[in-house]
Design a protein around this ligand. Structure first.
Ligand SMILES: NC(=O)C1=CN([C@@H]2O[C@H](COP(=O)(O)OP(=O)(O)OC[C@H]3O[C@@H](n4cnc5c(N)ncnc54)[C@H](OP(=O)(O)O)[C@@H]3O)[C@@H](O)[C@H]2O)C=CC1
Ligand SMILES: Cc1cn([C@H]2C[C@H](O)[C@@H](COP(=O)(O)OP(=O)(O)O[C@H]3O[C@@H](C)C(=O)[C@@H](O)[C@H]3O)O2)c(=O)[nH]c1=O
Length: 302
């Protein structure tokens, strides 16, 4: 029996983890997030505790009470532009909270599964394997790299799962994702500018949740790349989405990322080599086309 505590359960990955793990009879699950449980309606049997990861006492108390075997730390400030403008907040959530989570895992002998990102790299020479050196070009990336350094020093079992551009349908969620953004814009007849100078291996949120579960099941330690396998530009992705939904591709304009006035710089070419996760964990991601179909089916319900 695995006892799993999830942080950030209201978020994109957190919700998919809840959906994957709640039905399992070999898992006892505790979902945690700051504030209220947004999943109460869709998962009425989900055990939930409100836990603010930036509150050291909160983290220690909830971990001490539940005594998990594994903790999947998904909570983070994931708005890359916001991290640039609210540096203090980004440090609190993406660095300091990780230190509290590590401390609690050490004290209560918990195996930590920590989520990280392709944005720890400069994007000059992707796709990257697990050995590549970090060199962030955004403050988000900096804080996530600091977090990795903290996790690597931990005196408990730990794994760092790095991922890339995650997409999926979620409940009561403020952000959209690349598939539905393209679909909904084209359906409304809106012209969209989509970048041709960023390269990514986009990740279906369900695949990432499965990667986390495989890491738990196998007590994986060390660094693992968990993403999609195919490298695309967002422009390529938009064309595939338009094809799938049979929408007008002439509404998709090519854009150069450098012309966007975003506060945070984005790394041009990231993407991951996922051979290690495939071979060691048995990780098998869907293709992007399969991912679009899954998102489409789920989006019907919304
Ligand atoms: N999404 C992506 O494209 C990528 C994500 N990652 C990493 O994967 C992980 C999961 O990302 P994702 O699921 O997309 O993130 P989300 O932003 O969707 O979810 C994060 C969740 O954490 C919650 N949270 C925020 N602050 C706190 C706090 N102080 N205490 C407790 N919970 C808090 C948020 O709550 P609220 O809803 O109240 O804001 C939110 O529900 C992150 O570590 C991220 O860095 C890596 C690469 C790509
Ligand atoms: C809004 C917009 C985005 N895009 C492209 C650029 C980008 O690659 C993709 C997604 O846009 P965003 O600004 O949401 O993406 P961004 O904030 O860059 O997403 C990142 O999030 C964090 C949390 C991560 O860790 C990264 O892996 C990464 O995926 O879509 C366009 O081409 N045109 C647009 O108008």
């Amino acid at each position: 029996m695995k006892k799993i505590l999830i942080t950030g359960s209201n978020g994109l990955l957190g919700q998919k983890l809840a959906a994957l793990l709640l039905p399992r009879t070999d898992v006892e699950l505790l979902a945690t997030s700051r504030g209220e449980n947004k999943l109460a309606e869709i998962f009425p049997t989900l055990a939930f505790a409100s836990m603010d990861v930036t509150n050291r006492e909160d983290v220690d108390r909830v971990v001490a009470d539940f005594k998990p075997t594994h903790l999947i730390h998904t909570a983070a400030m994931t708005n890359v532009d916001q991290c640039e403008s609210d540096r203090e907040g980004a440090l609190k959530l993406n660095r300091d909270a990780v230190a509290y989570v590590v401390e609690a895992c050490e004290k209560h002998n918990v195996h930590l599964i920590h989520l990280s990102t392709d944005f720890i790299f400069d994007g000059e020479d992707g796709p990257y394997d697990e050995e590549a050196e970090g060199n962030p070009i955004s403050f988000y990336g900096e804080t996530k790299l600091m977090a990795e350094e903290i996790v690597k020093q931990a005196r408990c079992k730990w794994a760092i799962l790095r991922t890339v551009l995650v997409y999926g349908v979620v409940h009561e969620y403020g952000r959209t994702n690349i598939v539905l953004w393209v679909r909904d814009s084209l359906r409304a007849g809106k012209v969209i500018k989509v970048v041709t100078d960023q390269f990514r291996t986009p990740t279906l949120a369900e695949d990432l949740a499965m990667g986390c579960w495989l890491a738990v099941q196998q007590d994986a330690e060390g660094i693992y790349n968990i993403s999609g396998k195919e490298m695309y530009t967002p422009y390529d992705m938009a064309l595939l989405v338009a094809d799938y939904f049979q929408l007008d591709k002439s509404l998709i304009d090519k854009a150069d990322g450098s012309t966007f006035s975003q506060p945070a710089k984005r790394p041009p070419r990231t993407g991951f080599i996922i051979t290690k996760a495939e071979q060691e964990l048995g990780y098998k991601p869907h293709t992007f086309q399969e991912g679009i179909a899954m998102v489409a089916a789920q989006a019907e319900q919304y």
